[in-house]
Design a protein around this ligand. Structure first.
Ligand code: FCB
Length: 475
């Protein structure tokens, strides 16, 4: 075993788990909450597997105390959750509903009382339906509405929550929501998806300023990107390298360009010029977006393998983002997506921890000095309880072990990684896949909603308690 696999993580390293509001809370009609785009989408026939919705989800709204106790028993030191915008501000504008905020106050207090650090994500894809009806993310005003909402939540929780994330994976909101349509609100308009991306960037910038205007300076403001690790099918082929450039711009540059460097990549503007002239980027927007960040969150699951689109496909094609006749990659019809060779999870995503190391090192180099967190990483498997009711998931343990080793290696290589949040604490509503895909470290029986920690939860808890990675096969 290499030294690194047994090397301790620093004592301050956060060992967390992540969830999001619509995926776990349920209680969608309680205490004044109004529908979000995910309520509408999941209730539209044909949009989610089995017609599943988050109506009940795993009923976390009523069971949060038990869920926090479970995390404490396992030994976790951090918990990343998201706030349901329409629970707090039902029309997406105007004054807050105090009962909605009270739920999150109670959750945070419960976490703190057990020594678990809360990390709040303000937006994990559940736009209030009223704002979608007014135009959604392609409409500029949505960014201003987000800033108002950020200020409300910042005022309510800023005294007790140090870790803040404005947006989760704006790529999915913009391109799965407005281009391929496999996510809410299910639109298939490539030009609108690019506008949505810009307004999400603007929302991040305005939201970050709004948070800072009401919170103590010690709090960290970050965002979580699902930055892709894009690799060429044939590394020596210039056309495949051009395909990498294009997808890297559409997956990564479109967000980290304006956010970290204050500009959209010229190559992105050129590649999308037949769809839009980007005139929705107004004077001053890039300055608002290019706020200094306190940290950056990286969500990683699998790398992306691309080539130039040949007449003859060079292997199975998939971009891993669901089936749609519409591409989530505007302006990239000349790019083909391929399955990275190797073992896969239940999502069909290839397991490749080297991608996580590569991703972390990229940001360590491009944004030196910026603290990094892995804000999501995990795997879906077809877990089932055995005759004794135990759930053994050795594949998930191997996945976590491999990826945590990659994190540790990146730290040894100089990256300032401060924490890791496993996706996900509980089995939950996996968006268009409904309840078919189980990502939890804790098993949920959907008939009774009973929770059973899988062996991966025990293994991960042991890592959290000791700060070192137990050998695989010891849980
Ligand atoms: C990420 C999402 C998260 C979950 C995982 C599997 O893209 O942020 O909600 O769906 O994928």
């Amino acid at each position: 075993m290499s030294d690194l696999m047994t090397a301790a993580f620093p004592p301050s390293f956060l060992w967390g788990a992540a969830t999001s509001a619509y995926q776990i809370e349920g209680a969608v009609r309680e205490d004044g909450r109004t529908p979000s785009i995910w309520d509408t989408f999941s209730h539209t026939p044909g949009k989610t597997a089995g017609g599943d919705s988050g109506d009940i989800a795993v009923d976390h709204y009523h069971r949060f105390r038990d869920d926090v106790a479970l995390m404490a028993d396992l030994g976790l030191t951090a918990y990343r959750f998201s706030v349901s915008w329409s629970r707090v501000q039902p029309t997406g504008r105007g004054p807050a509903v105090q009962v909605g905020l009270d739920f999150y106050r109670r959750l945070v207090d419960e976490l703190l009382s057990k020594g678990i650090k809360p990390a709040v994500t303000l937006y994990h894809w559940d736009l209030p339906q009223e704002l979608e009806d007014a135009g959604g993310w392609p409409e500029r005003d949505t960014a201003h509405r987000f800033a108002e909402y950020a200020q409300i939540v910042g005022e309510a929780l800023g005294d007790r929550v140090e870790h803040w994330i404005t947006l989760n994976e704006p790529w999915c909101s913009a391109f799965l929501g407005y281009a391929s349509g496999v996510h809410a609100p299910g639109r298939t308009d490539p030009a609108a998806s690019l506008k949505a991306a810009h307004h999400l960037n603007l929302a991040h910038g305005l939201g970050a300023s709004a948070l800072r205007s009401v919170m103590p300076a010690r709090n960290e403001v970050a965002l979580s990107l699902n930055s892709s690790v894009v690799r060429p099918l044939s590394p020596g082929n210039a056309e495949d390298l051009a395909a990498v450039r294009k997808i890297d711009d559409l997956a990564n540059g479109v967000f980290h360009g304006p956010i970290l460097k204050g500009a959209y990549p010229q190559t992105l503007l050129a590649a999308t010029s037949s769809l839009t002239d980007w005139s929705f980027v107004l004077d001053g927007d890039l300055r608002s977006i290019n706020q200094p960040l306190d940290a950056l969150g990286l969500n990683y699951y699998t790398p992306t393998l691309v080539s130039a689109a040949d007449a003859e496909p060079r292997g199975p094609r998939s971009d891993g983002h669901g089936a749609s006749a519409h591409s989530p990659w505007p302006g990239a019809d000349d790019v083909a997506f391929h399955q990275t060779p190797g073992e896969r999870t239940e999502m069909g995503w290839t397991i490749d921890p080297t991608g996580l190391h590569e991703l972390i090192m990229r940001y360590a180099e491009e944004a030196p000095g910026l603290p990094l967190y892995v804000t999501e990483n995990g795997a879906a498997y077809d877990d089932k309880p055995d005759a004794d009711g135990r759930v053994h998931d050795p594949e998930r343990i191997a996945y976590l072990h491999g990826h945590l080793c990659a994190v540790r290696r990146a730290m040894a290589d100089g990256a300032d990684v401060r924490g890791y949040y496993l996706w996900s604490l509980l089995d939950n509503f996996e968006w268009a896949y409904g309840y078919e895909k189980r990502f939890g470290a804790v098993y949920v029986d959907y008939a009774t909603l009973a929770r059973t920690p899988k062996s991966s939860a025990i293994w991960y808890g042991r890592a959290a308690r000791t700060g070192t990675l137990p050998e695989v096969g010891t849980a």
